[in-house]
Design a protein. Structure first.
Length: 402
């Protein structure tokens, strides 16, 4: 496939690597790649017959990056307190032993509130307010604070309800008014009908019968912690590919997994947060960035398994490695940042999201991994696919690759 777009001087190897990745695909998978360095867009590439630079698609849990930025902005301004009990602003949430759960517990996936008994339907998961009403009476699935587990579809419905109670505005409204519109970001938490023409649906993965059988055989039961976290305990089980392809999801933009955007939008989000773009100042102060990037939850994830560590909000980060630091592939001569393996991209360096095959293909703003990520089609459980990916390897010269 032909690669379109541009790169800044010195970033030609990124274009070559992107071309190599898309060349391995079947010709039906579109991909986008955008990167900023210090607020300057240095990579803007796309490939595929149905993909353009402004094509939009469902970004699943990269939505949490936008929701985290809203939360960080309100914490920075003193509107929200990370260590205040959620029930202080939302009394109904105190039911079933949740009275001492703090906003920090929710953001670090330590609350134990990852779903509800009997499951949440796809229609319910499309609306944060409905999710919040169902979660208010739910008991936690483990003692809050004793462990952590990824609340893939519900975490930011809880945060959204706190924001709504404190400000009178939804998280989506705050995001649109204070972040998306002022910074011109092509990333929506609630896609307007007028932008539907740019949306490209998520595609199912292509697999042999043997691969399909092996995938389903390895899934835990619907009432396991993983099953609850991924909506398998609902009737019918949640179809996670169809989820983002539903107009109601795109229209409402549920703050945990319902965002719609492009690689430009995702990369611009993190650039705006830390460096500012197009002459506008950064949204976050260094102390706020440090607070939200600090690792809080370590060890095995009760939902996803031994996946890595969570900072505040939009994790997980891969587990730190004792190996020597790796060098990020987007370095320039005056930007020789060296960070621990698995943290080559933090919120304050640069952002390299990749939207592939209609699904986020390892957006670096969320995962923070080094090296390029192959474009892939979505499995029915897109986030489980990410969990199965091997970590990057290290070359002899200390750089990272896949």
């Amino acid at each position: 496939m032909k690669v379109h777009g541009r790169v800044a001087d010195g970033f030609e190897p990124v274009r070559e690597e992107f071309a190599a990745v898309v060349a391995e695909q079947d010709g039906q998978t579109g991909a986008q790649l955008t990167a900023y360095v210090h607020g300057r867009r240095v990579v803007d590439l796309w490939a595929g017959d149905e993909a353009g630079g402004d094509t939009l698609t469902g970004v699943y849990s990269s939505t949490k990056g936008a929701a985290t930025l809203v939360t960080a902005l309100l914490v920075q301004e003193g509107v929200l307190g990370l260590d205040e009990p959620v029930a202080r602003h939302w009394p109904e949430f105190a039911a079933a032993g949740k009275d001492m759960i703090t906003l920090r517990d929710v953001l670090t996936h330590r609350s134990g509130v990852i779903g509800v008994d009997g499951g949440l339907s796809a229609a319910e998961l499309a609306d944060d307010a409905v999710i919040a009403r169902r979660l208010a009476a739910q008991r936690p699935y483990w003692r809050p604070g004793s462990a952590y587990g990824y609340g893939g579809f519900v975490t930011f419905a809880l945060v959204n309800e706190v924001i709504r109670r404190v400000t009178g505005r939804s998280l989506q409204q705050v995001y649109d008014e204070r972040i998306r519109v002022p910074y011109g970001l092509d990333l929506y938490l609630g896609l307007p009908e007028a932008e539907e023409r740019r949306f490209r649906p998520i595609q199912w993965w292509t697999a042999s019968p043997e691969q399909e059988a092996a995938f389903w055989a390895n899934l835990p039961g619907p009432h396991s912690i993983l099953g609850i976290g991924y909506g398998l305990n609902s009737t019918p089980p949640l179809d996670q590919v169809a989820f983002a392809n539903t107009r109601a999801v795109r229209a409402n933009g549920p703050a945990s997994a319902g965002g719609v955007g492009s690689a430009r939008g995702l990369a611009g989000l993190y650039a705006a947060a830390v460096w500012g773009i197009d002459g506008r100042p950064p949204l976050l102060k260094p102390d706020t960035v440090a607070e939200f990037a600090q690792i809080h939850s370590t060890g095995a994830d009760l939902v996803r398994g031994a996946q890595g560590n969570y900072a505040l909000g939009s994790g997980p980060w891969p587990a730190p490695s004792p190996a020597a630091p790796c060098r990020c592939p987007l370095e320039t001569r005056d930007d020789q940042h060296e960070l621990p393996l698995g943290r080559c991209l933090v919120i304050g360096t640069s952002s390299l999201p990749l939207v592939a095959g209609g699904l986020r293909g390892g957006a670096r703003g969320e995962q923070g991994r080094c090296g390029s990520t192959p474009a892939v089609r979505a499995r029915p459980f897109g986030e489980v696919v990410e969990a199965m990916r091997a970590p990057p390897t290290r070359r002899a010269d200390g750089t990272c690759t896949r």
